[in-house]
Design a binder for this molecule. Structure first.
Ligand SMILES: [Zn+2]
Length: 275
């Protein structure tokens, strides 16, 4: 599933291909892809509009239109975006297609059909409840202290809660906890000050590095030009079960936390006892 670095990479690649272009038609191959408003109103609302700005918040892509409204999209599990010639054969998984004035088509492809598109007056309607961006000044140890106070859930699960911090998913949660040497089952409220500081630092470092490497391609994720990311070569624990820990050599362990596959070093990420 695309996380912050993948979504940012896709948004950055799309921007020069769609900014300042007018959407000449919209083809909705599968109406379920439109979250709001209803598909006919959605199509009516985007056609004739020019894209003026491309951004990202958490795992959402934000496209500002020239009437001030926003097209918001979430790729979920398998969503992909590309801009191709309008005469390129349509793939059966390309559920949403925007014609652009230069004769290209901006296509949203999503085999698993969990991705969604929203047309809203303000992005806040969709992303308003998200926590701070991990690379923003608002993501601090003080924020983490407040957000984790009294929380009994495992820190791994809490990191996936987009209200705590936006844009982190399974890959970067495991990698950040490893780098901070925190056991994934540690209760959120049990982290001490030095652990919270280590975690803020490791989240920032992992996200920054993954952005530079244009994301992680394990299976589905592709950049809009079809190329892959590179951070999969920098993964220390994620999907490396039984391989040696890069730091101490112990075999990486896999457990399931909150239904999600979780990877850690059993020697360096030790679960402390609390009373
Ligand atoms: Zn280790």
């Amino acid at each position: 599933m695309p996380e912050l670095p993948e979504v940012q990479t896709i948004a950055d690649a799309l921007a020069p291909l769609i900014i300042d272009q007018t959407i000449t038609y919209a083809r909705i191959g599968w109406p379920g892809v439109i979250d709001r408003p209803e598909p006919a109103l959605f199509a009516e609302g985007v056609v004739g509009r020019r894209v003026t700005e491309v951004g990202r918040r958490g795992k959402y892509m934000l496209f500002r239109l020239d009437d001030g409204r926003w097209l918001v999209m979430h790729l979920r599990m398998t969503g992909e975006m590309r801009v191709v010639s309008a005469i390129a054969p349509l793939d059966k998984h390309e559920h949403l297609v925007f014609g652009l004035e230069d004769g290209t088509e901006w296509r949203f492809r999503d085999p698993r059909k969990f991705g969604r598109a929203y047309l809203v007056d303000s992005p806040q309607a969709v992303v308003g409840a998200l926590g701070p961006e991990p690379l923003s000044a608002a993501f601090t140890t003080a924020h983490l202290e407040k957000a984790l106070a009294g929380r009994r859930a495992p820190i791994k699960s809490l990191l996936l809660d987009q209200r705590l911090v936006a844009g982190i998913g399974n890959i970067y949660a495991d990698e950040a906890l490893y780098r901070a040497r925190i056991h994934p089952l540690t209760e959120g409220g049990a982290l001490d000050a030095s652990e919270r500081e280590a975690l803020v630092g490791s989240i920032r470092a992992v996200i920054q590095q993954a952005l530079l490497e244009m994301g992680t391609t394990l299976r589905d994720y592709r950049r809009p030009d079809g190329s892959v990311g590179h951070f999969q070569n920098s993964l220390q624990v994620f999907r490396r079960t039984d391989e040696p820990c890069p730091s101490c050599g112990a075999p990486i362990r896999r457990i399931v936390v909150g239904g999600r596959s979780t990877h850690f070093c059993p020697v360096e990420q030790v679960q402390r006892d609390h009373d």
